[in-house]
Ligand binder design. Structure first.
Ligand code: NAP
Length: 533
């Protein structure tokens, strides 16, 4: 029977999103015997990895860490590369389904448009675009931080007669070979697109606002046997990931740069560089992110590495300015394979938007402030997403009195632990505002997921039909968010979007709240409240 407003389905838990966070949640609720369903807007598993199809899309986290820590899943899976490509990640998701049989608990092609708490039922009323209505006790939003693509408000944007694509919605049939292409944006997606299409296009113009401090990926093929052998360490490895600043099993070097000699530093930096990936950030000296002088020295080493690769001094200065435009590591660096080599090609230009901005789009391309019209067949917008509270403009999350969560957050985000909000009982969000940001995604997801499962089970085991963060708890958590931001070298001048402490610190905070019987939360039951009236 179709589930409509007159005939809603009642479940213990509804999760929105079938990426790592949503699947981890589903797995644990099913294990506890709760009735649970995932609503997924797309037709397949994988979250952002499913719809990310731009050329060169690849994971920036090393493969042993970029997977679920569920033993049934990892014991029969091996990766082919240290940093897997998008297709391999999608294949991994199919393996997750073959192992756990999760698709039967997922309703695909189900875009949730609204969710409102019903005060008398202590249940959420969730409605999808196609009119499916569901009444779960608990509602988990696991849609990630990058679900709503951002297109800057360029003048005359629609006048361009060629093909304009956003990296978030890359058409599979698009051919770039032999075309004149523009890429706007040099963030995570921009770097990967540029290094992938650069060698095959007729001409490439990159529009850069902020240089990416891209690090050498040092990609490697992986063999099956050594991966199988290392699996005996996986349980320890996954536990260890939660005890480190960035969610990998490795930690900062326990020495400050200031306490070393220049020779020691140069050799140590070189070792980290050869190790590749994020090691130059995650394993570096402990004062790199607290001391500006130490930070500048890491920047200088990185800059030298870029200059060794890029031949033209003007290009060097655009990609790696002598004076660091922002502290090293304070913005997410990308991992590159061939990015800097592309800028040695004679058919590649780089326009520094700080010196010459985009005036408008034209029917043939883009006009810059110097009056020059740049002609293109294809314009690629690698301009990112509406992050922070952006995804909440897609799903209308409403309290019982109709207050939208964005109205509540209009003058600043208040949450407890970056997962729960006062006035929105039985609601949990993952990887959203005030959650940790600069860390390995799956580790952060699982820290949050375990905590949410614990909080929900505590309610279920105690006959509570409602759990809600107190106002006081969210005031205190906001205070901590602002304080951590003040202490950070990567201090935001506007509202900090993430928890800027270490992931280990965040995990300890979550564990403390649970150990104190979910301190900062009120558990109640609808029956108990009625009896008191
Ligand atoms: P992003 O990292 O936010 O980069 C957006 C880029 O667009 C930046 O270079 C930004 O410049 C530029 N930009 C924004 N507005 C502009 C404007 N008006 N004019 C010119 N340039 C403008 O977005 P993304 O690359 O799509 O990545 C988003 C997130 O997805 C990442 O943080 C990461 O978490 C995830 N991701 C991961 C992977 C991976 O693991 N391999 C790959 C892709 C994406 P400014 O820096 O000056 O703002």
């Amino acid at each position: 029977m179709p589930q409509t407003a007159q005939n809603p389905e009642e479940l213990d838990v509804v999760i929105v999103g079938a990426g790592y966070s949503g699947i981890h949640q589903l797995y644990h609720y099913r294990k506890q015997g709760y009735s649970v369903r995932i609503l997924e807007a797309e037709s397949e598993l994988g979250g952002a990895w499913w719809w990310t199809r731009y050329p060169g899309a690849r994971v920036d986290s090393e493969s042993p860490f970029y997977q679920l820590s569920i033993e049934e899943v990892w014991k029969d899976w091996v990766w082919t590369e240290r940093f897997p490509c998008r297709d391999e990640v999608c294949e991994y998701y199919q393996h997750v389904d073959r192992t756990l049989g999760i698709k039967k608990n997922i309703r695909f092609n189900s875009r949730v448009v609204s969710a409102k708490f019903n005060d008398s039922l202590d249940r959420w009323v969730i409605t999808t675009q196609d009119g499916f209505v569901i009444h779960p006790r608990f509602f988990i939003l696991a849609i990630g931080a990058a679900s709503k693509p951002y297109t800057p408000p360029f003048a005359d944007f629609t006048s361009f007669k060629g093909t304009c694509v956003h990296t978030a919605s890359w058409p599979e049939e698009l051919v770039v070979k032999g075309k004149r292409v523009a890429v706007i944006g040099t963030g995570a997606s921009g770097v990967q697109v540029i290094q992938s299409i650069g060698p095959e296009v007729a001409h490439l113009t990159v529009f850069q606002r902020t240089p990416n401090y891209a690090l050498a990926m040092q990609q490697q093929k992986l063999d099956k046997e050594s991966q199988q052998k290392s699996k005996r360490l996986f349980p320890d490895m996954f536990r260890r990931c939660r005890q480190t600043p960035n969610g990998y099993s490795f930690d900062r070097y326990p020495k400050s740069l200031q306490a070393t000699t220049p020779e020691e530093r140069v050799l140590f930096f070189e070792d980290l560089w050869v190790a590749g990936g994020w090691r130059f950030v995650t394993n570096n000296y402990m004062d790199i992110f607290s001391d500006r002088k130490a930070n500048d020295e890491a920047y200088a080493f990185w800059r030298n590495k870029v200059c060794e690769r890029v031949h033209n001094p003007e290009m060097q200065e655009k990609l790696a300015p002598t004076k660091p435009p922002y502290p090293f590591g304070s913005k997410r660096p990308s991992l590159e394979i061939g990015y800097y080599d592309v800028f040695n090609q004679p058919n590649v230009d780089l326009i520094d938007l700080n010196k010459c901005e985009i005036s408008k789009f034209t029917p043939s391309g883009i006009q810059t402030a110097d009056g020059v019209e740049h002609v293109f067949d294809i314009i690629v917008l690698a301009t990112g997403f509406h992050t922070f509270t952006g995804p909440y403009t897609e799903v209308q999350v409403q309290a019982a009195d109709g207050t939208n969560i964005l109205e509540k957050w209009a003058n600043g985000v208040y949450s407890n632990l970056g997962m729960t909000v006062h006035g929105f009982p039985n609601f949990f969000y993952m990887y959203g505002p005030q959650s940790p940001g600069a860390c390995n995604g799956p580790t952060c997801s699982e820290v949050q997921s375990d905590w949410i499962v614990g909080c929900v089970s505590h309610a279920m085991n105690h006959g509570s039909t409602r759990v809600e963060a107190t106002r006081q708890a969210e005031i205190e958590y906001r205070h901590l968010i602002l304080e951590l931001n003040e202490r950070s070298l990567a201090k935001s001048t506007s509202e900090p979007t993430n928890f800027k402490g270490d992931l280990a610190q965040y995990a300890r905070l979550c564990a403390e709240v649970a150990d104190k019987g979910y301190h900062g939360f009120v558990y109640s039951s609808e029956v108990g409240r009625r009896a008191r009236l």
